[in-house]
Ligand binder design. Structure first.
Ligand code: FAD
Length: 556
């Protein structure tokens, strides 16, 4: 087998895998890692096997339409992400077919389906990419137990990330580093920085007899129970490894852009040509290898005289991903406030109506609503746009629990990623990692800095398309004659702002201050009762204050 260290995309050529001619078959179980290039599980499964079964299991719980969900999709995923996944599977199937193989798609509870496959096909080698998500951690224990009891060899390499989170935690004395800088220091350079990656194959072992297990081709959205007209505006990002490699090549073709990349300096309102790479959905599903991405960036840095560095550089963004994977892996209950030792205990409000208004893009703040509509329609928004809506929902304006915002993102994002999403929600809500709760994004002036004409708002909220630019961020301040001319009456065609930002954010800061003081006093050991007491006190204070203050903005 010939390996390549970062070939130019035009030179993906490999020698065939040399068969060691054992008669045993292998099974490669695709979950993430939906790619041929730099896929050590695939490499191992194909090596020395006469036959190979490439399997993907459709879990109906994850994929089947749920008409009761708040937007088209299943209970766990919006239809954009399901479509992105199906496109990625189709592309993988087509790549495998070119190499003399194909993707075998089965339906059902993944563990059960896999056990049946192993039994029926009598394979002796099972290969799948290691996955740190709790769902796969639990499933993989069952699968490995089953395999060892039936004499099946398991190969489960770490290839979704640059580092093995467990190694970093071990190097750090058993705990994950909790700051990016300490993470960098402990992590050092990933071993993949210099390793040669297998980018393609001349051929793969053929499929064996598949028996009677209900194998199908990759289903269409319609076959999964979705209608074509279910969503009017689809994400412009197409799934799949081919698309991912094209996108990466294009994104990094401008070496000066890569060298000068500096986050958070990009424009969050740029949507026709986003200010960042939009590689996240491809990284999420493993359509692109993060190690290949890393090597490509390293090569560019070698070629240019000067370049930015972590945390702001493009390579630094990949390391943010590693940072969150490591903290998530090493922190019990990372996806909850309760029982999560790195998360501040805060008495967030429960308010379903407010949560639904935020989720549906109906807060009355066009900048916030446009971002939420981009999420609903595209499943992707710029990082700073995510900052703004997450801050607004939690510590900025509505004081609603970050877990509820996380759930909405988790379902709708095409790049929805357990470790990164939870980590960033804790960050933005000042529950962990970042603690400057007095720094709040203005839902009015922040977006205006980048897009004074409001092009982004006009695109995602066409109801405001004719609103003059001086009112586009605050349409409730427009005289009625202007609203009439713009065919958008606030309160009728577009909602009034649900809170007054100035007073709501002041109130949030006060609550955060009290919650932080409690966490400090209790040395982080705040229990349910402490939180209940604080909530009661905050409600009482708020009630007193609201007697003297009118909560609603003055509308013209
Ligand atoms: P680029 O800037 O081009 O960066 C390249 C890659 O680096 C990204 O694709 C991503 O894999 C990684 N990266 C960039 N920023 C971050 C970050 N802050 N943390 C971790 N990795 C990062 N990203 C997800 O991939 N999935 C999520 O579910 C997710 N949820 C988020 C929730 C909130 C509240 C916030 C504030 C951010 C979230 N992010 C999430 C992080 C970030 O916004 C996206 O990764 C980024 O915007 C994706 O765009 P890009 O690929 O163009 O990024």
């Amino acid at each position: 087998m010939q390996r390549f260290s970062v070939p130019s995309p035009s030179s993906y050529r490999l020698n065939p895998i040399t068969s060691m001619a054992t008669r045993s078959g292998s099974l490669i179980w695709f979950r993430k890692g939906l790619r041929v290039h730099d896929n050590p599980a695939l490499e191992f499964a194909s090596k020395g096997s006469e036959i190979m079964y490439p399997v993907f299991v459709i879990d109906p719980h994850y994929m089947e339409s749920d008409p009761s969900a708040f937007s088209p999709g299943s209970s766990r995923a919006g239809v954009n992400r399901i479509r992105f996944l199906l496109e990625s599977l189709k592309d993988l199937d087509s790549s495998l077919k070119k190499l003399g193989s194909r993707l075998l798609v089965l339906k059902g509870e993944p563990g059960e389906v896999l056990f049946r496959c192993l039994q029926e096909w009598k394979v002796k080698r099972l290969c799948f990419e290691y996955d740190t998500d709790p769902y796969y951690q639990a499933l993989d224990v069952q699968v490995k137990d089953y395999a060892s009891s039936t004499g099946v060899e398991v190969f489960s390499p770490v290839s979704h990330t640059l580092f093995n989170p467990a190694d970093i935690i071990e190097k750090n004395g058993g705990k994950p580093p909790l700051s990016y800088q300490s993470f960098l220091k402990i992590a050092g350079e990933p071993s993949c920085a210099k390793s040669e990656l297998v980018m393609s194959y001349f051929s793969l072992p053929p499929i064996g007899d598949v028996g009677n297990l209900g194998i199908s081709e990759v289903p269409s959205l319609e076959e999964l129970g979705y209608r074509d007209d279910e969503q009017a505006d689809w994400t412009p990002f197409r799934g799949g490894e081919s698309e991912a490699l094209k996108r990466l090549t294009k994104s990094i073709s401008d070496k000066a852009w890569v060298a000068n990349f500096e986050k958070p300096k990009g424009d969050p309102s740029a949507f026709l040509k986003p200010a960042t790479t939009v590689m996240s959905p491809y990284l999420k599903f493993g359509c692109i290898s993060s190690r290949y991405f890393y090597q490509c960036l390293q090569n560019i840095y070698k070629d240019v005289k000067k370049h930015t560095s972590p945390p702001v550089s493009l390579l630094g963004q990949l390391l943010w991903r590693e940072f969150f994977y490591t903290t998530a892996f090493g922190t019990p209950n990372f996806d909850k406030m309760k029982g999560n030792r790195i998360c501040k205990q805060i008495p967030w409000n429960e308010d379903h109506a407010m949560l639904a208004a935020w989720r549906d893009g109906k807060t009355g703040y066009p900048w916030i609503d446009a971002i939420m509509v981009q999420l609903l329609k595209w499943g992707w928004m710029h990082h700073l746009a995510r900052h703004c809506v997450a801050c607004f929902l939690t510590r900025g304006d509505l004081f609603i629990h970050w877990e509820q915002g996380r759930d909405v993102f988790e379902r709708l994002l095409i790049d929805s990623d357990w470790a990164i999403n939870n980590g960033n929600w804790m960050w933005l809500s000042c529950s962990s990692f970042f603690y400057q709760y007095n720094r709040i994004y203005s839902p009015i002036s922040f977006g205006k800095k980048y897009d004074p004409d409001g092009k982004y708002i006009r695109h995602f909220l066409p109801v405001l398309k004719d609103m003059p630019k001086q009112y586009i961020y605050e349409p409730w301040t427009a005289p009625l004659s202007v609203q009439t001319k713009a065919k958008c009456i606030v309160g009728k065609d577009y909602p009034k702002p649900m809170v007054l930002h100035d007073s709501a954010s002041k109130e949030c800061k006060r609550k955060m201050g009290e919650a932080y003081a409690l966490n400090k006093k209790m040395d982080g050991k705040v229990d349910e009762e402490d939180l209940r007491d604080l909530r009661r006190k905050l409600e009482k204070d708020e009630h007193e204050e609201s007697k003297t203050r009118n909560q609603r903005p003055k509308l013209k």
